[in-house]
Design a binder for this molecule. Sequence first.
Ligand SMILES: [Zn+2]
Length: 140
Amino acid sequence: MHDITDETFDQLISRAMGEMPERYIEHLNNVVITYADEPTPEQAHKLRLRGDQLLLGLYEGIPLPQRGAGYNLVLPDKITLFKYPIVAISHDEASFYRQIKHTLWHEIAHYYGLNHDQIHAIEARWHVLGSLPLQQNEAR
Ligand SMILES: [Zn+2]
C-alpha cells in the first residue's frame, strides 16, 4: 500500500468520479478535482489540524447554494484528495479505492452546501443500512 504512484492515484480518482451517481456529477460546475501527497502547511494551519489528525480531502471554494447572479469569472473551486493520509488508513487496495470514493463524495457534498452535521447524518444512515457509500442500495 505504500507504493501508490501518482498515476495510479489519478486513475483511481477518475474511476471513482466515473462511478459517482449522475445526479451528483451533473451539477458540478467550475470545480477542479486534483490531488496532492498531503495538505500544505497553509491548509493545515487554516484548518487548525492537530499533528495527529489525518486530512483525507479538502473542498475549497464557493458552494453552489451561495453562488448568486454575480458568480462569473471566478476561479474554480478545488477538491483535493491527499494521497498519504488515504494510504495511511487503507489496509488493502479495495479499502484504498473505497476511501477515495468516500472522500470524493464527502467533498462534493460540501460543494452542494452540506455541513458536517448533515454529512454525518447521511453517513450514519448508511451505517444503519449496512451499506457502503455509493453502492447500489445507497440511502438518499
Ligand atoms: Zn468535510
